[in-house]
Design a protein around this ligand. Structure first.
Ligand code: FES
Length: 161
């Protein structure tokens, strides 16, 4: 083996090493990017299933806000539950519950919604969106990753314990 052969193989070795490190860096960046790009659906947070608590802890006729889950839980007078998205169906502003007026109100263009989420006052074009509810072992579980649009309230949208 001549010294030139040695120089050549050293150069090849360096090229291989740099190539391997580059490939590793690309793989690592791809993995990190994919991790941050995937939707977050953690239990208890918006986008995941939120345990609202025991069904019997909500008096009938009550409306309770869950800010982290971005919904209001409505316990209708007949005992059924509705979970409505706290986003206005007009242009997406956040609504609030005004207990003294017994309605939901959007501050952006003054839409209001009744206790079932039906439009009382436009410009909102349709009722508040719903999240799926299941009641398991007495706990009200609201799936904030599952949004249902609706034109208006119908009794079959209620979930019972
Ligand atoms: S965004 Fe709510 S009324 Fe316009």
């Amino acid at each position: 083996m001549t010294p030139q052969d040695n120089n050549l193989s050293r150069r090849d070795f360096l090229k291989l090493g740099i190539g391997a490190l580059s490939a590793l860096a690309v793989l690592e960046m791809s993995g990190v990017s994919l991790f941050f790009m995937q939707p977050r659906r953690l239990a208890g947070e918006f986008g995941g299933v939120v345990n609202a608590g025991p069904a019997d802890s909500f008096p009938t006729g009550s409306v309770v806000e869950f800010p982290d889950g971005r919904f209001f839980l409505i316990h209708a007078p007949d005992g059924g539950f509705l979970a409505v998205y706290s986003r206005c169906t007009h242009l997406g502003c956040t609504i609030s519950w005004e207990a003294d007026k017994n309605h939901f109100f959007c501050p952006c263009h003054a839409s209001s919604f009744d206790t079932n989420g039906d439009v009382q006052n436009p410009p909102a074009p349709r009722a508040l969106d719903l999240f799926a509810i299941t009641i398991t072992e007495g706990q009200v579980l609201v799936d904030t990753g599952s949004i249902t649009q609706r034109d208006r309230f119908t009794p079959d949208q209620l979930t019972y314990a």
